[in-house]
Design a protein around this ligand. Sequence first.
Ligand code: NAD
Ligand code: DAU
Length: 369
Amino acid sequence: METMSPAREAGGRAGLNLIAPLSILNNSMVKLFITGGAGFIGSAFIRLALAEIPGCHVVNFDALTYAGNLDNLSGIDQSRHRFVRGDICDREAVGAVLAEGADAIINFAAESHVDRSIASADEFLRTNILGTQVLLDAARAAGVRRFVQVSTDEVMGSLPEDDNTFFTEASPFEPNSPYSASKAAAEHLVRAAHHTFGLDTVVTRCGNNYGPRQFPEKFLPLMLSNAMRDESIPLYGDGRNVRDWIYVEDHCRAILMVLQKGRTGEAYNVGARNERRNIEVAQSVLTALGKPHTLIRHVKDRPGHDRRYAIDPTKIETELGWRPHETWETGLQKTIQWYADNDEWVARARSGDYREYYAKQYGTEAGAN
Ligand code: NAD
Ligand code: DAU
């Protein structure tokens, strides 16, 4: 059993658990309950939080699905990190861990890949919607001070191509895939918990992350791991779809700021003003790797493929002073270097079930051209 954090103890003694000032979350003794912390962004956030808040302790609650990987946490200070294997839909398990005390919940746990949600939506509805409600209920029951929902720009649907329009926090919800619909539903539940029960909630909506430790089903690591093996890279449709790319650590810095300083009940869009067409991304990756552009293979388009995402990050920039640290060039270089240095991690990720997934998705074996 872990002991209650001093921050929580102090609030409890004064009987002020729910109205303690949020500056408590800057406190070096803060205890964070992080879900999905063995995944790509969750593990990057844990690294950042442990580095930025020296006395901070993390409970990492993760089901270890195909996307979860404890290797993603290698090298961190394990004395301030406790891993608990568990499912966020399991009310009892979540409640038992939260009963030990937590100052904030940051919910990264999700089924996160659009193509998989098109193949089957069941797990997306279960984890992304029901799981979020379980966490919200448990947060209230345990007197958790703040709940951060890590959401996505995809809840706002697709923007017109070559238009000067952007997603703002006021953009309507128009999710187009089962994945984005499930994330939109989760956001509605977060809003309801705030409005109805006064739970302190904040939401972040970010665009396409890239960086170390991203599972190679996603476009960028898929391209990197294929091209490094001289395998072709599948480009959906005409390849002119636009995504707004951000280095994962910059996204994590934004989440940390929103946790510590975001206004309760608010959502914050997070983007690095880095719109790029998929074809340009593929070409820059191949050029950086010194591989021929002929490795690009046009394949059948994704059904319902959103055309353009573009985020206006003015609110988080002006209210919280957030700015990305990496440019596309520096972020891409760091990412390429990590994949080059970690071929064993990549090979493990591409083995087992991945081969079956790849064959079904692309009609060809991973590793075949
Ligand atoms: P990921 O797929 O790499 O990781 C998801 C993690 O959640 C894994 O460790 C997995 O084991 C865990 N998980 C899944 N189901 C669970 C369950 N029922 N209970 C407990 N743990 C469970 O995802 P990611 O790319 O790191 O994304 C993290 C979050 O950020 C997601 O909520 C996603 O919607 C959101 N997001 C992602 C991006 C992106 O570009 N990847 C952009 C914006 C928002
Ligand atoms: O915008 C934020 C979202 O970004 C997150 O919420 C999602 O969790 C994350 O997966 C990502 O969604 P996308 O669908 O944009 O990411 P993905 O990497 O799957 O695809 C990026 C673009 O590349 C998209 O336009 C589809 C295209 N693509 C993707 C794959 C996997 C290809 O052309 N070929 C591919 O093989």
